[in-house]
Ligand binder design. Structure first.
Ligand code: AMP
Ligand code: MG
Length: 428
């Protein structure tokens, strides 16, 4: 099939149209760690100071700093130990002149004390750890402690009433920790999009079943489900629709309670590519030819759900690489927007290609490549081998995609090219 360049739309244009159609979902409260990757829908305000009391940053002795002035290895100071204080307990007895309280990290500083001398600067370093240390009535201090030494101050992290996290913030492990530290057990976040996933084609067989001659296993539904999860969405598998209008229509109807419907295959111009026929009948659907490789045919539109909602539909191409790359470029931003996230753009960096990358058909070429950091501090890109849109192992080998512009017929070895990093964490 040859499509004149004039009928093709750019990647950006297709993405803008999709983003214009989808919107942020409603708010829910999730147990903290389950909100990972979701976006805060409210400001998070601390109801109390953190730390709530002055406390010790070290295991040691709470003292009056003035009592240690001049202490040294040769002229140590001796203090009377009046109590032993573990974290989690409060001592109201004041520390008087010449006195000390043996204190464990995190325990609130008793009144009167204004510094903590760590064990290492007392005769406790000489003692066997264990019971006798606790029972010693006296401590020998070998080093002077300044006022506030080893003290963590009330409210030094957060003051009561302070906004600790702003609405719109993506929840990462640190945000989970901050919310827990102020006593929250649930996070107010925008809901995760539920994505109904449907494969289409008479040849498609679910993994786990025997493969009949002429058939292939359904990889698309599973790779897309994994991408949906990685984007923070919730995949809902609709299975496989045969290439008949009736079966396809019935399966699509099963997915209309989702926030988005993703189908694969049946959008090219072959005889049995009935997805486009059903879509045209059942919804308001656009078919686009996007100026990119892999993945040229793309359908996008909406179905009307029984409850009147417009359910956005992304019709991915059937070839396994095309379907993953198209989801990456169009599905991921859409899911991010539903989650309330605007940070869908993958890192774009410059790398030196070590291969020739040919690009003669005026489309943007997203070739699978492996980007590594050279000893010279520059990034290098190596193609993963054959770039056919059915060669799914090329996707597995890659950690990035080249971004060769539409009007650049080739990049030569040694040329600097732009690459889009898919995976910074697992460099091959
Ligand atoms: P189509 O768009 O239906 O012409 O499909 C294009 C190519 O993708 C064909 O070779 C299909 O067999 C293949 N294909 C379609 N759906 C899937 C799927 N779910 N998993 C793997 N390959 C598929
Ligand atoms: Mg087909």
């Amino acid at each position: 099939m040859t499509v004149p360049a004039s009928e093709m739309i750019s990647v950006e244009n297709a993405r803008e149209r999709i983003l214009a159609f989808v919107s942020r979902l409603g708010v829910e409260r999730r147990p903290l760690a389950e909100a990972l990757g979701q976006v805060l829908a409210e400001d998070i305000v601390a109801p109390f100071d953190i730390p709530p009391l002055n406390n010790t940053a070290m295991d040691g002795y709470a003292v009056r700093a003035a009592d240690t002035t001049g202490a040294s290895e040769t002229e140590p100071k001796r203090l009377r130990v009046i109590a032993d204080l573990a974290a989690g307990y409060v001592l109201d007895t004041p520390v008087g002149p010449g006195e000390a309280v043996r204190i464990m990290t995190g325990a609130p500083l008793p009144p009167g004390a204004d510094a903590v001398v760590p064990f290492e600067e007392t005769d406790e370093r000489l003692r066997d750890p264990g019971e006798q240390a606790r029972k010693a009535a006296e401590v020998v201090v070998y080093k002077a402690a300044g006022v506030s030494a080893n003290v963590r101050f009330r409210a030094e992290d957060v003051s009561a009433g302070q906004t600790v996290l702003q609405s719109g913030r993506v929840v990462r492990p640190s945000e989970v920790g901050v919310m827990a530290s102020i006593g929250l057990s649930e996070a107010p976040v925008y809901r995760r999009p539920v994505v109904a996933i449907l494969s289409t084609g008479d040849e498609i067989t679910p993994p786990g079943e025997p493969l009949l001659p002429g058939r292939i296993y359904d990889s698309n539904a599973h790779s897309i489900a994994a991408l949906v999860k990685k984007c923070g969405g919730v995949p809902r598998m609709l299975g496989i629709a045969r290439d008949t209008i009736d079966d396809l229509t019935a399966k699509i109807h099963e997915g209309l309670d989702a926030d988005m419907l993703v189908t694969s295959a049946g959008v090219s111009r072959g005889d049995f590519d009935v997805v486009k026929d059903v879509l045209a009948r059942e919804g308001a659907i656009n078919f686009w030819t996007v100026r990119m490789r892999p993945g040229k045919p793309l359908a996008f539109g909406a179905f009307r759900a029984p409850d009147g909602r417009q359910v956005p539909h992304l019709g991915l191409p059937g070839n396994p690489v095309s379907s993953m790359v198209s989801f990456e470029l169009f599905g991921r931003p859409a899911l991010f927007k539903m989650l309330g996230r605007s940070d869908w753009q993958r890192p774009l960096i410059k790398a030196i290609t070590r291969d020739r990358v040919e690009n003669t058909d005026f489309r943007r070429f997203y070739a699978r490549c492996i980007v590594t950091l050279g000893e010279d501090g520059r990034y290098y890109a190596d193609l993963t081998g054959p770039q056919g849109s059915g060669i799914l192992t090329s996707m597995s080998a890659a950690n990035a995609l080249t971004v060769i512009p539409e009007d650049q017929p080739a990049a030569e070895p040694g040329d600097e090219i732009e690459v889009m990093m898919l995976d910074w964490e697992h460099a091959p």
